[in-house]
Design a protein around this ligand. Sequence first.
Ligand code: NAP
Length: 363
Amino acid sequence: MKRYKVGIIGATGMVGQRLITLLHNHPWFEISLLAASKSSAGKPYEEAVLGRWMMATPLPEPIKPMMVVDAAEKQRIADAVDFIFCAVSLPRKETRALEEAFAKLGLPVISNNSACRMVDDVPMIIPEINADHARLIKAQKKRLGTDRGFIVVKPNCSIQSYVPALHALMDFHPSALNVCTYQAVSGAGRTLATWPEMNANVIPFIGGEEEKSEQEPSKVWGQLSAEEDSVIASHFPRISAQCLRVPVEDGHLAAVSVEFENPPTREEILSRWANFRTLPQELKLPSAPDPFLIYTEEDNRPQPALDAEAGNGMAITIGRLREDPLMDWRFVCLSHNTLRGAAGGSVLTAELLCAQGYITHKI
Ligand code: NAP
């Protein structure tokens, strides 16, 4: 198979580094360009990340000498690749302007950033849940005046464990959800070594995270409008979220209590989780975990240290299913925040968009 030429914008950051580890041996994609801010531009990648390569695996040899390009050189980037992944730490307005500029130059943009998530015609996709939202791309291209470029985003890392776990139970109509997340330091682009305040400590505030955790699921679970130019948000379940930063390197844990209109039995819940397979698994996309949802019976699981890497960091591990004295059921679930929740989720989304014909080779 002819591989797609791929660029990574924000290649030197936490998510960019993860993207490199996932893409350097990818069967469909070939890393052709690395871009970051002006301070990294013009340097070989190895020099640009000197002293800040945060991955457990070594920097791949072919990547070391690649020259980092200034992300402001948009036309040069658009000429060099079939599509880009974008993960930059910039203010919202600048991020949206950057992503729209690339789309208008004819590039599909697979974004890890939050700036465009709530834009009406931008699909926010978890491939196992709402692959059909990609149909918004047609209306978005019309708005942006492009025939090839568009933006697709993945939702926030905090929602990637409990939304899939609940999605498998949707026909029991969950009506209210109380969730508390325990989020790893890599979610802030940091490590425990570079964030001493986090050692033996918990910080009960992550700016903007509770709002995203409550609002983004309603778009993911929403229905396309008749014109297929926006998503009609789902009003159920109502969600109350509290998000805490904990001294863990990788893996966001969520403790969930949920109320249903038609409460399922324990057997029904376990059976839905065990049999949850959707489009990415049916299409056998290279990054699709199978199984996607893994239930573990041990009382002390899931744990970030033991379970975050399940399914190459793309599966969700669920445990401790038990009745809830206030609502109906409660459980604990876990996803790897920089794999399923960021870089891996966006790679799987790109695979889906290639398989659906939204991303094509330029030549
Ligand atoms: P990060 O480690 O701080 O990296 C930020 C990247 O943005 C670096 O490559 C940096 O390049 C680049 N950058 C900064 N200013 C730029 C500019 N003016 N033009 C082009 N590139 C610029 O951040 P991160 O954790 O990877 O997060 C990146 C994005 O992904 C954010 O929007 C974040 O919210 C989102 N996200 C992160 C996670 C996670 O788990 N970390 C999860 C989901 C979503 P230099 O090195 O040259 O400064």
